[in-house]
Structure formats: structure tokens, C-alpha cells
Ligand binder design. Structure first.
Ligand SMILES: Cc1cc2nc3c(=O)[nH]c(=O)nc-3n(C[C@H](O)[C@H](O)[C@H](O)COP(=O)(O)O)c2cc1C
Length: 211
């Protein structure tokens, strides 16, 4: 039975160790599709995902990830990337799909002008990619948990080595790794979360929110 989103948000933990049991293909498809449904600026969907499943490739990815054992233990590791040049080739497809879904020709014309201007001169494409890729990544992580799997988000890797192992194009940036499988042993200690008083403001900086 699927967990609810509220249950997942309450119970999700970053899994320290996986038992190696498989992720069903139908579930993996559902997890990936959840990510691809994420929102993105202009609907440009600049994310790319490499799904690492074979023992040999997981072993090589582990070596590129500071030897983190869970990279090899998880039956699936999704390597979430962003493509800095994706918009150049995806713009036409984004407009074609949008037009099919009701985008006006006027909107399409504006997009053809504005997007190259915006992204061709963007001061920080890495930040732009990261904000998009992590939304899709998070959707995948939560869907995996809804389906009863355990997950491990990871930033502990050497990007140049990961690029080499996965034979990524030069325009790709590696954003994060997501291990998916089943927990082996115990979860690690619960680190807790900062209070709202510390992290949430009401209307302006410094004003506590009372809810
Ligand atoms: C983007 C991101 C990168 C992370 N990278 C690693 C990592 O490389 N190795 C690791 O053991 N845990 C990693 N973590 C897990 C965090 O340590 C963990 O989420 C945090 O301690 C809170 O624990 P919890 O998620 O179980 O509540 C990462 C988490 C996030 C969100």
C-alpha cells in the first residue's frame, strides 16, 4: 500500500545503508515520471538523469563518490544532472508541446525571443540548473518513499570522476545522487530540525510567525 505524502514527510530518513533488494521496474518508472512532472521556468525541463543499476557501474560510481558504500549497495542510483545547453535544442519542442496544450502563438513568439536572451546571458547557469534539477530530484525521492522504498540523497561525489564514469557531455553538470532501495540495519541518529522561530519569518525578516 502506498504511503501518504504526510506519512512520507514525517518518516523519510536519509538511508545510511541498503540491503540490495531490487526496485521493481514499474516502480522505477513511476519514480522517474514523478520527477519529469516537476515544474520548471518556461517549462524548459533542463534536468537529465542517468539511472545506474548494474553492479559494475555502481562499483565505478562508488569510486567516484568518496567510496560511499551505499552507492554500490542501493539497487538503483539516479544521478541527477542539469544540461546547460539543453534549452538550445529543447526550445522548439517545449513550444511545440505548449502549442498543443493551448499556448498562444503570441506567447510562443515571446518565448522564442526571451528565452535565448535570458539564458544566453544568464550570470549563473549552475544556480539556475540546480534549482530545477532539485525539484525533480525531490519529487522522485518522495515518490520512491510513497512506494515504500528508502532513499539516500547524496552530494558526496567528485563531479569530474562521475562525468567520466557516466560519459556525460561537457554541457552536463552533476547536481546530486539519489540512492533507492531498502534500509539495511538501523537508521542513523535523528538530527532533528531547527524550530520555526529560527527559520521562518512573518512578512519581513526577523518577525516571528505565530501559527
Ligand atoms: C543534497 C543532499 C546531499 C547529501 N549528501 C549526503 C552524502 O553525500 N552522504 C551522506 O551520507 N548523506 C548525505 N545527505 C544526507 C544528510 O546528511 C541528511 O539528509 C541529514 O543529515 C538529515 O538526516 P535525515 O534526512 O535522515 O533527516 C545529503 C542530503 C542532501 C539533501
Amino acid at each position: 500500500m502506498e504511503k501518504t505524502l504526510s506519512e512520507v514527510i514525517e518518516q523519510r530518513r536519509a538511508t545510511p545503508s541498503f540491503d540490495g533488494t531490487p526496485v521493481a521496474d514499474a516502480d522505477l518508472k513511476k519514480i522517474l515520471e514523478a520527477g519529469l512532472k516537476a515544474p520548471s521556468g518556461y517549462n524548459l525541463q533542463p534536468w537529465r538523469f542517468v539511472v545506474v543499476r548494474t553492479p559494475e557501474q555502481r562499483r565505478r560510481l562508488r569510486a567516484a563518490s568518496f567510496n560511499q558504500a551505499k552507492v554500490e549497495e542501493a539497487s538503483v542510483v539516479v544521478v541527477a544532472c542539469g544540461d546547460k545547453d539543453g534549452w538550445r535544442t529543447d526550445l522548439d519542442e517545449m513550444i511545440r508541446m505548449g502549442r498543443q496544450g493551448g499556448m498562444t502563438e503570441n506567447y510562443a513568439e515571446q518565448a522564442r525571443v526571451n528565452i535565448p536572451e535570458y539564458l544566453g546571458n544568464h550570470p549563473n547557469l549552475t544556480a539556475w540548473l540546480n534549482r530545477h534539477v532539485m525539484i525533480a530530484f525531490t519529487s522522485m525521492m518522495l515518490m520512491a518513499e510513497v512506494l515504500g522504498y528508502d532513499t539516500a540523497p547524496m552530494e558526496g561525489y567528485e563531479a569530474d570522476k562521475v562525468c567520466e564514469v557516466l560519459r556525460l557531455p561537457l554541457s552536463y553538470e552533476v547536481v546530486a545522487l539519489l540512492g533507492i532501495g531498502h534500509l539495511k540495519g538501523q537508521d542513523k541518529f535523528d538530527g532533528g530540525r531547527f524550530s520555526m522561530a529560527r527559520t521562518v519569518f512573518d512578512g519581513e525578516y526577523g518577525k516571528p510567525i505565530n501559527l
